[in-house]
Structures are given as structure tokens and as C-alpha cells.
Design a protein around this ligand. Structure first.
Ligand SMILES: Cc1cc2nc3c(=O)[nH]c(=O)nc-3n(C[C@H](O)[C@H](O)[C@H](O)COP(=O)(O)OP(=O)(O)OC[C@H]3O[C@@H](n4cnc5c(N)ncnc54)[C@H](O)[C@@H]3O)c2cc1C
Length: 379
């Protein structure tokens, strides 16, 4: 068993860490306060190969694998969680088109994602009435000569207002998950319109919007995979996406823990650094232990994916544990900051808001437990 990263993985992680440290960390508070979408930074990340870490080189990707992607995502999230989620969804879209697209679809979209020509990609599965249960989706795609017409509404779409391409799920057949298909809809297509930017608790520099499809016509070649194959595509994409969110949560918690340890070394009460008190040492110790356990789960899921082995259960375990642990860790780290943790002068306040959503999106913790238990009961 080898736990050390390969040379490539270490290089990708270092590239991401250097960029996060130099560019994202100093900017994150401003981006958050101004709710500013990190346009320039996303382009720079594309130049560094971060928009297709696990995408073949022939499509402009870094071809560095899923483990390198997990490491990079953690490093970027250490610097700015909003930028990280935008990068996570964009990588997911690049991977999904690479895997399920025709050669023409791949060539049309993936190089534009990996090069930064498209600022981002978006993944439009959720709807106002269909979150954990995509089978209840109402958006439809009516077959017409030469293509389809999409009608309906999507909700919570990350980068929906900026994406060069949106993967959209819609119903082409009967009820339930079997009637779902996926489509590649280019940004600016008439009839597809992004709504008002959500006023969120955290990740305030990421773009989250509803999207409406009002007689949105697409040609036949927009269909991704076959008709009725949409649910399978969504679930496979989310398996990989969950490694990304587990890694993002890890990054936020790592930043919080580093800052809490630093604070505990410097803040004095009762004539000594608060880090001398057992009541401060133990949460630091518990947090580091949980963080490492979460990291190992995420890396194992990424490694299985990279090896082409089943990883759905392991990705759900990684996402469940990592996001829940990250929430506990960031909360403890805020406590270590005392009252200073409650104000915007310290980054921990932002981490506390940013980390919250990691137990919710790309499947809530309850849905991850459902995936894990299903595998358990199958025997
Ligand atoms: C900032 C942000 C960004 C997002 N980005 C995207 C995106 O880019 N693309 C996209 O498609 N979606 C996106 N989402 C949507 C996200 O994936 C959903 O919010 C999530 O899947 C939960 O769906 P819901 O909000 O409708 O909650 P619901 O499904 O209504 O769930 C409400 C509660 O009920 C629980 N629950 C539901 N069903 C069960 C069950 N069977 N067993 C036990 N408990 C259950 C849930 O765990 C949760 O606690 C984003 C959301 C946010 C907040």
C-alpha cells in the first residue's frame, strides 16, 4: 500500500496550493463581501489545468487523475470555497461530457471548458419541487422534427448565469427516473434564462441561480447519451462530484484548523497562550484526527474511481463523513476564536458560513446514508 502521492499528484497539489495561497486567500474576503464572481481567477485556474484535472490531454485536460483532482480541490478550497465549488462543478461537467458525449459533443465543448474559453460549466438537475428526488422532475423535452423543445424550471444552479454549457435534465418519457434524458445546452440559447442570483448564507462569490426554459429549442445533437439514459448519467456524475465536495469540505476545514491553531498559539488569557489549556488542545486534536480520517476516505474513493473500480458507496461515505466532520471542525475552530470568531475580521466567520452547504448539495447527508445503507443491505 502506498499512501504517498505520485510525482504528478504532488505537482498538481502544489500548483493548486501556490495559486490558492498567493491569489485566492488574500482575495476571498473581498469576493465574499462583494458577492463577486471570480471571473479572472477562473480563467487563471484554467491556464493552470484546473478545469479538467481528470480529463484527457487530447481534450485539453491535465489528465492527472481523480486523486490529483481531489488534492487540487482541497487546496483551492483552502483559499476560497466559492471559487472551489465553481471549479468542482466545471470539472464535473467536463468529465460527464468526456464520458457520455459523442466525439462531436466532446470536441465541441470539452476543450472550451478546459481552456477557460467557457468560464464555467453548469449542471442543472435540481428543480423547485425536485431536489433529493430527481424522479419527480417536471422539466420536459418535447421531441420535434430536428430536435427537442425544453420547458420547465431548474433551481440552485451553480454558475448558471455564466456557464458556456449547461447539462440539463428533462423528461422525454414517462414518469419516474426512467423517463429522464440529459441535454447539452449552450449558454445564450434562446429560451434559456437565468433568474435572480440567490442571496446565500455562504459561498457568496459563487453564482447560484434558477434557470427557466421557455420553449427552448435545441437540435438533436444536444442529447447526451440516449433518450431515457439521463438518470444513470446524473447518478454517475454525482458519484464523482461527491469526491469533489468531500475534498472541498476538507479544504475549508483545513484552513479553519490552521487558523485556529495559529490563534491558540498567540491569544493569551490567564497569563498564557490559550493553546496551553486542555479545553483548547482537545478540540484541536480531535479536529486534526477527523480531518485526516476524512482525507483518507476521500482519497480512497478517488483512487477507486481512478482505477476504474466501483466507488459509489465509497464516494458517499467520503462525502458524508468529510462534510459532517468539516462542519464540526469549523464550529470548534470558531469557538477557539472566542468573540473574534463571530466577526468578519477573521476568516473563520466565512469558513463557518461556507462549510454549511457541504452536507446539503450534491446529495444531502441523509441521501448519502441512503446510498451507503442500500449497498450494505444488498450484501
Ligand atoms: C449553494 C447551492 C448550490 C447548488 N448547486 C446545484 C447545482 O449546481 N445543480 C443542481 O442540480 N443542484 C444544485 N443544488 C441543489 C442541491 O443539490 C439540493 O439542494 C439538494 O439535493 C437537496 O434538495 P432540496 O434542497 O430540494 O431538499 P429536499 O430534497 O427537499 O430535502 C429536504 C430535507 O429532507 C431530507 N430528505 C429528503 N428525502 C429524504 C429521504 N428519502 N430520506 C431522508 N431524508 C430525506 C433531506 O435530506 C433534507 O434534509 C445546490 C444547492 C445549493 C444550496
Amino acid at each position: 500500500m502506498h499512501i504517498e502521492p505520485t510525482e504528478t499528484q504532488a505537482l498538481v497539489a502544489k500548483t493548486a496550493r501556490d495559486y490558492a495561497e498567493r491569489t485566492l486567500k488574500p482575495l476571498a474576503a473581498t469576493l465574499d463581501r462583494e458577492e463577486r464572481f471570480p471571473l479572472a481567477q477562473l480563467r487563471e485556474l484554467a491556464d493552470l489545468g484546473m478545469m479538467g484535472v481528470n480529463v484527457p490531454a487530447e481534450l485539453g485536460g491535465a489528465e492527472a487523475g481523480a486523486v490529483a483532482y481531489s488534492l487540487a480541490m482541497t487546496e483551492i478550497a483552502r483559499g476560497c470555497a466559492s471559487t472551489a465549488v465553481t471549479m468542482a462543478v466545471t470539472n464535473m461537467v467536463a468529465e460527464v461530457i468526456t464520458r457520455f458525449g459523442t466525439e462531436a459533443q466532446r470536441e465541441r465543448h470539452v476543450p472550451k471548458i478546459t481552456s477557460g474559453d467557457y468560464v464555467a460549466g453548469a449542471f442543472a438537475l435540481s428543480e423547485p419541487e425536485a431536489g433529493s428526488d430527481p424522479g419527480s422532475m417536471r422539466t420536459t423535452a418535447e421531441k420535434v422534427p430536428g430536435g427537442y423543445v425544453l420547458r420547465g424550471q431548474k433551481q440552485w444552479i451553480t454558475s448558471g448565469a455564466h456557464a458556456g454549457v449547461v447539462v440539463v435534465w428533462a423528461r422525454t418519457g414517462g414518469p419516474g427516473t426512467k423517463g429522464l434524458s440529459a441535454f447539452l445546452v449552450e449558454g445564450g440559447t434562446p429560451g434559456m434564462k437565468a433568474g435572480k442570483h440567490e442571496d446565500k448564507l455562504g459561498l457568496r462569490a459563487s453564482n447560484t441561480v434558477p434557470i427557466t426554459f421557455d420553449d427552448c429549442a435545441v437540435t438533436e445533437d444536444a442529447l447526451l447519451g440516449g433518450e431515457g439514459g439521463g438518470f444513470k448519467i446524473a447518478m454517475m456524475a454525482l458519484d464523482g462530484g461527491r469526491i469533489g465536495i468531500a475534498s472541498q469540505a476538507l479544504g475549508i476545514a483545513t484552513a479553519a484548523l490552521d487558523e485556529a491553531a495559529d490563534y491558540a498559539r498567540n491569544r493569551k488569557q490567564f497569563g498564557k497562550p490559550i493553546g496551553d489549556f486542555q479545553g483548547v488542545k482537545w478540540p484541536l486534536a480531535d479536529s486534526r484526527t477527523e480531518l485526516d480520517a476524512a482525507r483518507l476516505l476521500a482519497l480512497r474513493a478517488a483512487w477507486l474511481k481512478q482505477e476504474g473500480r466501483p466507488f459509489s458507496r465509497e464516494a458517499a461515505m467520503a462525502k458524508l463523513f468529510s462534510s459532517e466532520a468539516a462542519n464540526r471542525i469549523v464550529s470548534r475552530c470558531l469557538q477557539i476564536h472566542g468573540g473574534y470568531g463571530y466577526v468578519r475580521d477573521f476568516a473563520i466567520e466565512r469558513h463557518y458560513r461556507d462549510v454549511r452547504v457541504t452536507t446539503i448539495y450534491e446529495g444531502t447527508s441523509e441521501i448519502q446514508r441512503t446510498v451507503i445503507a442500500r449497498a450494505e443491505l444488498r450484501g
